[in-house]
Design a binder for this molecule. Structure first.
Ligand code: NAP
Length: 295
């Protein structure tokens, strides 16, 4: 077991894809950190940890694998208890785990995607916030698919409800559940108008959650940094083989924010959606369509 004097980073869904390279990158740039790689499967998490150590032997004893399914709250609690008992606190949480389906508003897929990407991410974050040290960092993997002007076309009234800066965690969770329910019941048209799949909605919600976290008093009091990151279109199981970037290139902005940016709130980035190491717009054209778009 690694020494208690190390600081701790947790990366969800880090057994493959972008998450793996975030872990490998952070192992290199943060030599005073232990890195907990989570995967839904303990063996896969441990295999990824062993691969990072094989590529970087100086990381021996500070890369650990732990099983955690972010949509299974019992395993999130197990992770929290494990950290509390063994290390006491964390300094970095990277919410990388995510799923995608392009099935156009298929009810089952929508529920799976929104439950994992929105409710799962919110739940693990809220569980681990009490363990985050002052000046810690929360980095959520968003996507440009969650930008208003791109795919996440939501009508005017829904825009206003989603964008409300006063939305609490409970409000965001209930909006996510409302979306799932409306898709299930065929009531999304004219209200949500999300173009293609719940994935765009889920990543839009990640941007909103990240922004709202940065407004929260408990986050301000502890001077915690919060970001949402678009890794770009990457060659992973999710992104497919035609994507422009490698998974390692996709990890770069997260490695930059988590590993290279000082542990001090930087207003340039705080609460922002970050792409290619720079804040990017996602709220542009907040009311893009007076008329609903259904396709
Ligand atoms: P990926 O190759 O499909 O890997 C996804 C990772 O998430 C895997 O480790 C997977 O673990 C894990 N995961 C899925 N469901 C989970 C759950 N319920 N609990 C815990 N872990 C879970 O995806 P990726 O392309 O690396 O994407 C990583 C993140 O970047 C995602 O949030 C994605 O939305 C975002 N992103 C990707 C792209 C892209 O082009 N690839 C673009 C924009 C944003 P298992 O092995 O157990 O399934």
């Amino acid at each position: 077991m690694a020494s208690k004097s190390l600081r701790t980073a947790v990366i969800t869904g880090a057994n493959r894809g972008i998450g793996y390279y975030i872990a490998e990158g952070l192992a290199k740039v943060l030599p005073d950190f232990r890195i907990i790689i989570t995967s839904r499967d303990k063996t896969r998490a441990e295999e990824a940890a062993a691969k990072i150590i094989a590529n970087n032997p100086s990381a021996k004893d500070r890369i650990l694998g732990f099983a955690c399914d972010i949509s299974d709250y019992a395993t999130v609690t197990q992770l929290k208890d494990y950290i509390k008992e063994n290390f006491g606190s964390i300094d970095i949480l990277v919410n990388n785990a995510g799923v995608l389906s392009w099935e156009d508003l298929d009810a089952k897929d929508t529920e799976w995607v929104v439950t994992t990407n929105v409710l799962g991410t919110i739940n693990i974050t809220e569980e681990l916030i009490p363990l985050l040290n002052p000046k810690g960092k929360i980095i959520n993997l968003g996507s440009s698919a969650g930008s208003w002007g791109k795919f996440a076309r939501v009508n005017k009234e829904t825009c206003a409800r989603l964008l409300d800066e006063k939305n609490t965690v409970e409000d965001l969770k209930s909006l996510a559940n409302e979306f799932i329910k409306d898709v299930k019941e065929g009531n999304y048209a004219g209200k949500w108008c999300t173009q293609r799949s719940g994935y765009c909605f889920s990543k839009l919600m990640i941007n909103i959650y990240s922004r709202n976290l940065s407004f929260r008093q408990d986050i301000k009091d502890k001077e915690i940094q919060v970001y949402s990151v678009c890794p770009g279109w990457c060659r992973t199981d999710m992104g497919g083989s035609d994507a422009k970037k490698s998974a390692e290139e996709g990890a770069d902005t997260v490695v930059f924010l988590a590993g290279l940016l000082p542990f001090k709130v930087d207003e340039k980035y705080q609460g922002k959606f970050v792409r290619d190491r720079e804040p990017a717009e996602w709220e542009f054209s907040p009311y893009p369509h007076d008329e609903p778009v259904y396709n």
